[in-house]
Design a protein around this ligand. Structure first.
Ligand code: PLP
Length: 380
């Protein structure tokens, strides 16, 4: 898979018995919170085994409308949400709903690895517009406008961002929103990390004139510790939800019944949300503190959510070279910044999905590795 090579090789070495510190993937190292698991068992025991409503079972749809109201800051009705197979299912649906074959979408980069492939699967062409390190990875609306073509139908943004963890400012979002209104474009806004933002997340959907042209991608994977359950949702104008219901009818035919019941209960009770956010914030602090102790490498952002981005450009312009060397020499797997687009070249993304002691050890090892990095390259 394009962009996942270091991760895939790290997994292969792990399976072959090597002791690899796996910091390449955003999957929790802890199980789904127990109350959600219990809710699923209870739903199985209660016989929720059948086909469900294509939009989602009514109590899940109503829980999703409630959480969308909270997450986007806009009152959301039940005909404005649809339950889908994870954030990825919601992204796929959003692209299918807004793009016809031959259309064009602008993807703001650094971007989640699947964005280009998901656009391709809608038959669309795409342009990456880079948010640059020197601008704190905040995109410029003027760069987005410069990339608009006659067949451009949508812009895709992701805040809080994977990989950089940057939370776009209100000004950035306002400027992007104005550009979307001016050029009559859809805005697909991937907000799956909203619950890890320490309350700083702003949804573009809440800005003037945007509710009717924004499709918000959301998920229970990160916020509720449910990556393997494949539960997400799309918040969109009712007529777009209607289109996605048709898409669902002809693809997945809805979600598993018992999972839908458990997900509704987890959403209504915020099972795990606060604890998970606190766990990652603590881990981010521990990792950054260990890095700062020797000041060996620059963090690209001081906030962190599920990830920390490190700028290794003082050592090499090539994050892939650094990531491969780190795997080969120190048994630590991270994602090279190049996997997320050109503006994170010369960076690495570290995921915080290991306990604090391991993260501290990883940070110390990275610093030791960095200290001799140029010498190693010279002799290589
Ligand atoms: C920005 C972003 N969007 C979407 C997804 C997909 O999430 P899900 O597991 O809910 O499909 C991810 C997963 O890492 C992500 O980082």
């Amino acid at each position: 898979m394009e962009g996942w090579e270091v991760y895939t090789e790290g997994v292969r070495r792990q399976q072959a018995g090597q002791d690899i510190i796996m910091l390449a993937i955003g999957d929790h190292d802890f199980p789904t919170p127990a109350p959600s698991v219990e809710a699923c068992k209870a739903a199985l025991d209660a016989g929720h085994h059948g086909y469900v409503n294509i939009q989602g079972i009514p109590k899940l749809v109503s829980a999703m409308a409630k959480i969308s109201t909270r997450a986007t800051g806009v009152a959301t009705k039940t005909d404005e949400v649809i339950a889908l197979t994870g954030g990825q299912g919601a992204l796929y649906a959003a692209m299918q709903a807004t793009l016809d074959p031959g259309d064009h979408i602008i993807i703001v980069s650094p971007h989640y690895v699947t964005f280009p492939g998901t656009a391709r699967s809608a038959g669309a062409k795409f342009t990456l517009v880079s948010a640059l390190a020197e601008n704190g990875f905040e995109p410029k609306a003027s760069d987005i406008e410069a990339a608009i073509q006659s067949n451009t139908k949508a812009v895709l943004i992701n805040s809080p961002n994977n990989p950089t963890c940057v939370i776009y400012s209100k000004q950035t979002l306002e400027e992007i929103s104005k550009a979307c209104i001016k050029h009559d474009l859809w805005l697909i806004s991937d907000e799956v990390y909203w619950s890890l933002s320490k309350g700083r997340h702003i949804s573009a959907r809440s800005l003037p004139g945007m509710k009717e042209r924004t499709l918000v991608v959301n998920s229970m994977s990160k916020s509720h510790g449910m990556t393997g359950w494949r539960i997400g949702w799309l918040t969109a104008p009712a007529h777009m939800v209607e289109n996605v219901i048709q898409l669902n009818l002809n693809t997945t035919y809805g979600l598993p019944d018992f999972i839908s019941h458990a997900a509704a209960e987890a959403l209504n009770n915020d099972y795990g949300v606060e604890e998970i956010a606190k766990t990652y914030h603590r881990r981010g602090e521990v990792f950054l503190e260990a890095i700062r102790e020797t000041n060996c490498v620059r963090p690209a952002n001081d906030s962190g959510s599920l990830y920390i981005m490190l700028d290794v450009r003082d050592l090499t312009p090539d994050g892939r070279e650094f990531a491969w060397a780190l795997l080969d020499e120190e048994n630590i797997a991270v994602m090279p910044g190049e996997s997320f687009g050109p503006s994170t070249a010369g960076h690495i993304r570290v995921s915080l999905c290991l306990p604090e002691e391991k993260l501290k050890l990883a940070a110390e090892t990275i610093c030791r590795f960095v200290a001799t990095y140029p010498d190693k390259r010279k002799t290589a």
